[in-house]
Design a binder for this molecule. Structure first.
Ligand SMILES: *Cc1c(COP(=O)(O)O)cnc(C)c1O
Length: 287
């Protein structure tokens, strides 16, 4: 793999650098590539099957499907029951993951919680379970590789004082902060609030001092369309880079509002999921 480059963009008269992890692969890109790095380096014979669970349009699901295709592993993915439209018209990440060979299994909504809890106790040694969103301690290695690349690339940009990446589970931001203690690492919670994010992170490891959680001014619900998200998405697109519509908008808005220094933003991928989100954003075009 070629080392993803840094791009420079201008936004509201500020200059930002962007680490182009979105360019790694159409499906297995961004922080999902970094988080799956250890598994990608594992010899194919070590496992026969990977199991995971979560949402039907998840970026992690698609990345795991692409990895399993490469490694010739069976991929079993559990979700709650599909809606009728999803079943009759598979689209976006779900459609692509099925094409990559994902074995999708629906669990009734009532049983889902208990079923997922039971997964970890029934594993054999040839099967690996990836928790929702790829929240695994093994993600640490992949983020150390990213940190080595950045250290090399940032020698040319001594003005950069901070890094930024949005959080779902917080796995990426936490391990990035550990791997680059000489920089501030900004993140923002995209699922739940700052307290919930801290709790998720603490389940993985203690929070380092250089990790800074910025709370957006307004409360956003995950995967809901907001006009200001669409606007910043289009503005970023206009400055030359497409970002995802679920996580990146709130991180960018928060950075513009609450920071002033020169920042390197780590593109966390997820652009493949935009097709299904953009359908829901069309309503703003009509207004
Ligand atoms: C998964 C994902 C995140 C969140 O990553 P965490 O490590 O779970 O915090 C952020 N941005 C994009 C585009 C993602 O796909």
């Amino acid at each position: 793999m070629q080392i993803p480059p840094l791009s420079q963009i201008f936004l509201d008269e500020r200059e930002f650098l962007v680490k182009r992890d979105d360019l790694i692969d159409p499906y297995l890109a961004g922080n999902k590539y970094r988080k799956l790095y250890t598994l990608l380096q594992t010899p194919n014979e070590k496992y026969t099957t990977i199991i995971s669970y979560g949402g039907t349009q998840s970026n992690a699901m698609l990345a795991i499907a692409a990895m399993c295709r490469q490694k010739a592993w069976q991929f079993i993915y559990y979700t709650k029951e599909l809606s009728r439209t999803q079943r009759e018209n598979p689209s976006g990440n779900y459609e692509n993951a099925l094409k990559l060979g994902m074995d999708h299994r629906e669990i009734s909504n009532e049983l889902y919680r208990d079923f997922i809890a039971s997964l970890s106790v029934t594993l054999d040694e040839k099967t690996f379970l990836i928790d929702q969103g790829g929240a695994v301690v093994q993600a640490k290695n992949g983020l150390e590789v990213l940190a080595d690349e950045l250290r090399e690339q940032l020698q040319e940009f001594p003005q950069v004082q901070a890094l930024a990446t949005p959080s779902g589970t917080g796995t990426t931001a936490l391990f990035l902060a550990y791997a680059m203690p000489e920089y501030k690492v900004y993140t923002t919670p995209c699922i739940g609030d700052a307290a919930y994010l801290q709790e998720q992170m603490q389940a993985l490891d203690a929070l380092p001092d250089n990790l800074i959680i910025l709370e957006p001014k307004k409360k956003y619900r995950f995967a809901k369309p907001y006009l200001e998200f669409y606007e910043i998405y289009k503005k970023l697109l206009g400055s030359g880079i497409e970002f995802d519509l679920l996580y990146a908008p709130s991180m960018w808005l928060t950075l513009l509002e609450q920071t002033h220094e020169k920042i390197l933003y780590i593109h966390s991928g997820g652009v493949s999921g935009n097709i299904s989100m953009l359908d829901r954003y069309r309503k703003f075009d009509k207004e």
